[in-house]
Design a protein around this ligand. Structure first.
Ligand code: 5GP
Length: 275
C-alpha cells in the first residue's frame, strides 16, 4: 500500500490517494479549530488521540452491524479507509440539550431528549452549515427519502451503541455529529467519531470531556483528550452498561481486548507530508 497525492485538506484532517483502488488514507492532524475556524491552534498529539478514539469506535460499530469506511490503522494518526462519495450532511444526534440547542431554542441546558433529537445541517462552511429539513434535503437532491430514512435509522442505532459504550466508562453522550458517504449504492459511515465531534460529560463531575474544553478554555485540552481515549478504549468490559429493556443485549460488548484483537498490524510507514 503506497500513499499517493493529497486529495483533500479539511480543518483537522488530510485525505490522500493510495495505489489501491477504492482506498484512501485519512491523516488526523494536530490542528484544532472552533467557531467556524475563528479559533485555531495546533495541539501536540491531538491527531493521534482522535484517530485512536475514532478507530476504536468504528470497529465497535462494525462489530455491531454498522457499515463504516474504516479498514485499518497504518500508524497512530493514519487511517486506511474505503473511498466514499461524501454526502454533504452533518447528522447530529442529541440526547441532552447543550451547545446550539440552548443558544437557538428555549431549552434549558441539560434537558433530556427522549427520544433523541436528530438535527441535520448542510455541510457548507461558506453558508455556516445551515439547518435542513427532510423536504430541503430531497429538493437539494442530497439524498432520496429512502436514503434519508436509512441514514436516520443508522444514526439512532449508532447513538444507542455509543451511549452504552460511553456509559460503561462513566461518560454521558450529550450529542455527536456524523457524516455518511456512498460507495456504489451502499451508504457507509465516514469521517470520524472523536472528541472533536462528540459532546461528552463526566457522569459524576459533569465536567466537559470534549472540544468544549478548547472552545471555552475550560482546561488542559490534550490532557482531557488523552484521558478520554484511555477511558473509551479501556481494556476491561463495560460493567454497568445500562439496558433500557432489562433484557440481555445481543450486541457485541465494547471490550478493548475484543476489538484490539481484530486490528491489523500497522503496515510499513510511508512519509507523511507536513502542512
Ligand atoms: P452544536 O450544534 O451544539 O454546536 O454541536 C452539536 C454536536 O455536533 C457537538 O458534539 C459538536 O462537536 C458536533 N459538531 C457540530 N458541527 C460540527 C463540525 O462542523 N465539526 C465537528 N467535528 N463537530 C461538529
Amino acid at each position: 500500500m503506497k500513499q499517493k497525492g493529497l486529495l483533500y485538506t479539511g480543518k483537522a484532517k488530510s485525505v490522500y490517494r493510495t495505489d489501491a483502488k477504492g482506498q484512501l488514507i485519512v491523516e488526523f492532524r494536530d490542528d484544532i479549530t472552533a467557531f467556524d475556524g475563528g479559533k485555531k491552534d495546533q495541539l501536540k498529539n491531538k491527531g493521534s488521540y482522535n484517530a485512536e478514539a475514532s478507530a476504536f469506535i468504528f470497529q465497535y460499530l462494525e462489530k455491531n452491524g454498522v457499515k463504516t469506511h474504516f479498514l485499518e490503522m497504518l500508524g497512530p494518526r493514519r487511517m486506511l479507509v474505503r473511498e466514499l462519495s461524501m454526502i454533504p450532511l452533518e447528522v447530529i444526534v442529541r440526547n441532552i440539550a447543550a451547545g446550539s440547542m440552548v443558544r437557538n431554542y428555549p431549552f434549558k441546558e441539560g434537558t433530556k431528549f427522549k427520544p433523541p433529537v436528530i438535527v441535520i445541517d448542510y455541510k457548507d462552511d461558506s453558508r455556516h452549515d445551515p439547518m435542513l429539513n427532510d423536504d430541503l434535503i430531497v429538493a437539494l437532491k442530497l439524498a432520496t427519502p429512502k436514503e434519508l430514512a436509512a441514514i436516520k435509522k443508522t444514526a439512532l442505532k449508532i447513538n444507542a451503541l455509543l451511549v452504552k459504550l460511553l456509559a460503561a466508562q462513566g461518560i454521558t453522550l450529550v450529542d455527536f455529529k456524523i457524516e455518511f458517504g456512498r460507495a456504489g449504492k451502499t451508504i457507509y459511515l465516514g469521517d470520524e467519531i472523536s472528541m472533536d465531534s462528540m459532546r461528552l460529560w463526566d457522569m459524576k463531575t459533569k465536567e466537559s470531556l470534549d472540544k468544549d474544553v478548547y472552545r471555552f478554555d475550560k482546561g488542559d485540552v490534550m490532557a482531557t483528550y488523552n484521558r478520554v481515549v484511555k477511558r473509551i478504549t479501556k481494556t476491561e468490559s463495560p460493567k454497568r452498561a445500562p439496558s433500557e429493556t432489562g433484557r440481555k443485549s445481543k450486541e457485541v460488548p465494547a471490550t478493548a481486548t475484543a476489538l484490539k484483537a481484530s486490528v491489523k498490524r500497522p503496515v510499513k510507514k510511508s512519509p507523511v507530508r507536513k502542512r
